[in-house]
Design a protein around this ligand. Sequence first.
Ligand SMILES: [Zn+2]
Length: 300
Amino acid sequence: MINYVRSITAFRQVQQRFSVCVCIVATICAALCALLPSMLAAPGEPFRYRGGLRNSPNERALNAKQLDAVLAGLRGKAGFLEMRFDENGFLTLGDRTKFSGGSATARALLEAAIKMPHAVDLESHPYSSLVAFARLATPIAYQHFSSGKKIDVFPLEIDFSDLSKLRGDKQALTAFDLGFVILHELGHAALGLRDAAGDPQGLGECEALINRIRRELNLPERQTYIAQTRLAPAATVSQGSTRQAELIFARAVEKQGRMQMEKFNLRWEAATVGPIVDLPAQSLARIRNSKAMTASASGQ
Ligand SMILES: [Zn+2]
């Protein structure tokens, strides 16, 4: 009986030590797991360390119809005839001498985008209150265990449902479609361009580039980066009033021998689309740093 009690006691001591060990191992694992997403590639993702613009390999991936819409939007701006998303989901431009119409600035921007040292993953975020049309989210830094290879991956989050909520003049709608929204984010991701943060009348260097594309396509130009908001009657009387966001686009035209500014209005319900948010300064700094490193490595 005594031996039996001793063995039970000894067994319990071993069991307790084992439990403590398990707890320590579990704690270490939990701590490591918290770090893992920013250090390791997802298993079975062979293209994680390739830069450029691509469809996301995860559950947020764009479906075939959405990817076609992106391609059509970009093709309409750049005119590249052989541009496509390849079998691995990466945007490829094909023979760049083959283009029809389009903007030279848009072509240069897409060429920069496919040569980015980092990756931009296209993601679908339907009905998101955080994403207004599209945004470049905080990058995830991956590092390969054995090779030491590193890459920053920027999710380009797109809320397709927001684009269907746009109202206004046809010219303004054409000047702010899916293609332009993505090109704006690529202006940040590929060139490190800034928005006009905090200046209600400002445009910012990123949107200035997008306006150059609009000009080359004979479309009206966006006048401010920040949308003005105002109270307006809602669609139904029972809803009272709603806060509407508004952007103005303008184009110089000659009428009866005089140059005049034509104005076009774009509006949406602010609450249902969400706020337009600037790219975090830290993310932009990472892009600008990697651009500087690439330029010095290539002797530019
Ligand atoms: Zn921006």
